[in-house]
Design a protein around this ligand. Structure first.
Ligand SMILES: Cc1ncc(COP(=O)(O)O)c(C=O)c1O
Length: 437
């Protein structure tokens, strides 16, 4: 029997075509405002409903939905509220153009330079990291090597997975001071850290502690060039995706995990994992999928799926907030319209302005490299004699929203992004000067 996506998980299995919307996508698009002009940065800023009373320098934390994304969410929500069964059944399980899940994969794949079937939709970075580490066939005695600089979500994903497998984790220090690290020194430190039992290396692209951006392309090449058994490279890429002009699928990592609800401005509660077909096939799924037909057919036959694991099989099933998941495509379209290189250049320009301004202040210690090649959208710093939380508090009193980094050693952070202007950056730098005395 040929089982189509339509009959997969759809109940009842036979639907009267007369009851089905002619074209779900066309219906939603007909209600959605045309894509706005995004040719100026003022026009981009105007897409966000951010409170204008504040300068927002913590937008990387979680996105404010820009107008095209909000319109897509609202369109899908209205469609689902009118006819939840047909819209979800069509959007998830139909063949061809009405399958919104596949449309989202295609839109994201185009941005990543990937194949649509290699894009796994998740809810956030944390879920992606957990799926990958839990999915890896770690054996007792294997080691996962990560760094002391990674995020809680990354360390804990590794700890929980290695604990279950009887494997171990170890953390290597890549640099003492991020601001003076170089590509060569980072690669040396990492290569020296690799031990005889290391099977997997976990790295973070842009660190939310110090703001350093690791040269993943060069690191991946160095890992491939070393003698010894090949290692798998897992990257937490959340703060590089949408802030950096990179083609993710060609960077050389084996598993790329990211939330899309930060720099990409996709709906809150969205994320992705990208891997090649070969690397997907290595993983053991953790959560039943709702998008893998083979898995469902095998279940009907009371068997295990015979085909290799894919991105779809790794994508956590159960019904989701589809108006959010599906509207992720609008965010990727918005980024493509703005231009990846243009977006990265703007973020770099604002961050360089911010770093130059802070560096001119003798009471400030910058922890982010000055080089735009080794940084992206985050500026981490300390002010002499003031705790980072106090810096953030005093900036807030001046209507500037900054944040502290959630790590054992914490810094104050300003993250100039597409929602900021050079004038706002200047204001932030001036405010830091005022509070530093
Ligand atoms: C480096 C890094 N990784 C992972 C996360 C968790 O992201 P998510 O909320 O998408 O799981 C964060 C949170 O900001 C982060 O800074």
């Amino acid at each position: 029997m040929h089982l189509t996506r339509r009959s997969f998980l759809a109940a009842p299995a036979v639907l009267s075509t007369a009851l089905l919307p002619a074209s779900l996508l066309a219906a939603v698009e007909a209600e959605t405002p045309p894509v706005p002009d995004l040719s100026s940065w003022d026009a981009v800023r105007a897409q966000f409903a951010l409170d204008p009373a504040h300068a927002h320098f913590a937008s990387f934390f979680i996105a404010s939905h820009p107008a095209p994304v909000q319109a897509a969410i609202d369109g899908y929500r209205r469609a689902m509220d009118r006819n939840p069964f047909h819209v979800v059944e069509h959007g998830m399980f139909s063949e061809g153009a009405d399958n919104v899940h596949m449309q989202v994969q295609a839109e994201i794949a185009d941005y990543l330079g990937a194949r649509p079937q290699d894009v796994c939709l998740t809810g956030n970075t944390t879920t992606g990291l957990a799926l990958v580490y839990q999915g890896l066939p770690l054996a007792a005695g294997d080691e996962v090597l990560c760094t002391t600089h990674d995020h809680y979500s990354h360390h804990e994903s590794i700890r929980l997975a290695t604990e279950r497998a009887g494997a171990s984790m170890r953390k290597v220090v890549l640099f003492g001071d991020a601001a003076s690290a170089s590509t060569g020194s980072i690669i040396d430190a990492l290569l020296k850290g690799i031990g005889p039992r290391t099977r997997v290396v976990g790295l973070t692209w842009v660190h939310s502690s110090s703001g350093i951006r690791l040269p993943i392309r060069e690191i991946a090449a160095a890992l491939r060039a070393r003698a010894g058994a090949p290692l798998l490279l897992v990257v937490d890429g959340v703060h590089g995706l949408g802030s950096t002009d990179e083609t993710v699928a060609t960077m050389g990592c084996d598993y790329f995990c990211a939330g899309t609800h930060k720099w990409m401005f996709a709906p809150r509660g969205t994320g992705l994992v990208w891997a090649s077909a070969e690397n997907w096939a290595r993983l053991r799924p953790l959560i039943p999928s709702f998008t893998d037909v083979d898995q469902y057919v095998a279940w009907e036959r009371q068997a295990e799926p015979a085909s290799p694991t894919t991105a779809d099989r790794m994508s956590p099933g159960g019904f989701h907030a589809y108006e959010h998941q599906w509207a992720a495509a609008a965010a990727f379209r918005m980024h493509k319209q703005m231009g990846r290189a243009r977006v990265a250049a703007r973020i770099r320009e604002l961050n360089e302005q911010c770093k130059a301004g802070l560096a001119a202040n003798p009471k400030v210690t910058l922890h982010t490299p000055m080089s735009g090649e080794l940084s992206a959208g985050l500026v981490s710093f300390e002010v002499d004699g003031l705790a980072p939380a106090e810096v953030v508090k005093q900036l807030l009193a001046r209507r500037i929203i900054a944040s502290t980094s959630p790590y054992a050693i914490t810094y104050a952070r300003l993250a100039p992004s597409l929602v900021n202007t050079p004038e706002e950056v200047e204001r932030a730098v001036r405010a830091v000067r005022e509070i530093s005395g």
